[in-house]
Design a protein around this ligand. Structure first.
Ligand code: ADP
Ligand code: ASP
Ligand code: MG
Length: 399
């Protein structure tokens, strides 16, 4: 048996967007292979392929069947694995592409947001022992009925970490930015790259919209103590290491501002504070697998109660169907985003929330909703105010 150390390398869509980029990824894999490591590579669909497939489905149906969506979306990654494997073969290396179902990547839960159950590590080890570079399709699995499933948008990160956990390898996520920054560098060009982060901080950032890494992958890495590294696909600049500890030096600062866009804010007017009805609304939405984020309830006037919640805007159709069936009076507010300030310091330092409130009021920026966690505070704000608030927050918290 080959006793080499191993690593899972994950390349996202932009890193494999065309044949030239796939060839460059193959060269980088070869360099690692030459250093004597066992290599499993997980790849996403090329470029914006997944978006294109979703658009295609939406031309056929407003609410496509989710099993069929998984059948469709899983094809994107299958293209990349075969091409990357061919590129490695053409360069004289043994490589094999494998789909989710070929490695028994078992999932449970709902289509399009399935969760990882288990992976057959023996299948991977067999090929690694035979000195193959193993190329696995990210984002996809198979459920107990034998249906193809997918893990939710950005799910290839989760595939990579799950495979790393199964094999006891570390996981390196290569993307189109140099690592994890204090704020999305595409939104704020002077954002600072963070060298070290804890799993906890990274999970909070990812859950609150920093899409550089998918939250469930961080959760899995934390649970199984998989060392994570996020870096630019060329791997010629130092990226971000994610570990239990993070960076002790940076512990007491605000580490990040995250933005989650494409939020749908739903306001439901009720004539009485009917607890049973409110419960019914959320049970029915839950049954339809609608993830609810911030919920608030206010007495609006003498005879009007307002129940508000946020969800992602792709749930608009299904939310309106549920609320129409209940014959409720509601409206949608779109073009809003959730802006979150995140940092471990909030656990011990009071006053971050009040500073943010002050900033918003001084700059006449209204917010629709607010919520907090132990290490973050989030505001739902109109999209046209995002750039302004980001600039102000970055200055205020020296990000
Ligand atoms: P991939 O296709 O490689 O999975 P993604 O598009 O999912 O890449 O994630 C990379 C993108 O994440 C970057 O292009 C960047 O715009 C965005 N991003 C959001 N927040 C951050 C952040 N805090 N640090 C770095 N990148 C971020
Ligand atoms: N191709 C999928 C997506 O675009 C999965 C991924 O890229 O991680 O969401
Ligand atoms: Mg991604």
């Amino acid at each position: 048996m080959n006793q080499n150390k191993g690593v899972v390398l994950k390349y996202g869509g932009s890193s494999v967007a065309d044949p030239q980029k796939i060839n460059q990824v193959a060269d980088r894999i070869i360099k690692r292979k030459e250093s004597g490591e066992n290599i499993v590579t997980v790849v996403s669909a090329m470029g914006k392929t997944t978006n294109g497939l979703i658009d295609l489905a939406n031309e056929i149906s407003l609410n496509p069947n989710k099993r069929e969506m998984d059948m469709l979306l899983s094809t994107g990654e299958q293209i990349t694995i075969s091409l990357l494997s061919m590129a490695l073969n053409a360069k004289g290396y043994k490589a094999i592409s494998l789909t989710g179902w070929q490695i028994e990547f078992l999932t449970f839960g709902h289509h399009m947001k399935s969760k990882v159950q288990s992976i057959n590590g023996d299948i991977l080890r067999k090929y690694l022992d035979e000195d193959y570079i193993v190329i696995v399709a990210g984002f996809q699995g198979i459920d107990e009925t034998g249906d193809i499933t997918t893990l939710g948008r950005g799910g290839s990160d989760t595939s990579a970490v799950a495979i790393a956990a199964t094999l006891g390898y570390s996981c390196e996520i290569y993307t189109d930015v140099k690592g994890i920054y204090t704020i999305d560098p595409r939104m704020y060009k002077d954002a600072r790259k963070l060298d070290n982060l804890s799993y906890e901080e990274t999970l909070e950032m990812a859950s609150l919209g920093a899409k550089v890494i998918e939250p469930r992958s961080v959760e899995l890495a934390w649970k199984y103590k998989v060392p994570l590294y996020v870096a630019l696909n060329t791997n010629d600049v130092k990226g971000t290491h994610i570990s239990e500890e993070g960076d002790k030096m940076e512990r007491n600062s605000i580490t990040n501002v995250s933005i989650m866009d494409k939020i749908l804010l739903v306001n439901i007017s009720l004539v009485t504070n009917d607890v049973e009805l409110i419960n019914d609304i959320f049970v029915k939405l839950g049954n339809e697998n609608v993830n609810i984020d911030i919920i608030s309830q206010n007495k609006f006037s003498k005879d009007k109660f307002l129940v508000s919640f946020t969800t992602t805007s792709d749930n608009k159709y299904i939310v309106s169907e549920v609320l129409d069936k209940l014959e409720l009076d509601y409206d949608f507010i779109e073009n809003v985003s959730k802006v979150s300030v995140i940092g471990n310091s909030m656990r011990t330092q009071a006053g971050v929330a009040s500073r943010v409130f002050e900033i918003l009021s001084q700059n006449c920026i209204e917010f629709h909703q607010v919520s907090t966690s132990e290490i973050s505070i989030s505001y739902v704000i109109d999209d046209y105010n995002i750039e302004k608030i980001v600039g102000i927050l970055v200055n205020e918290f020296e990000l």
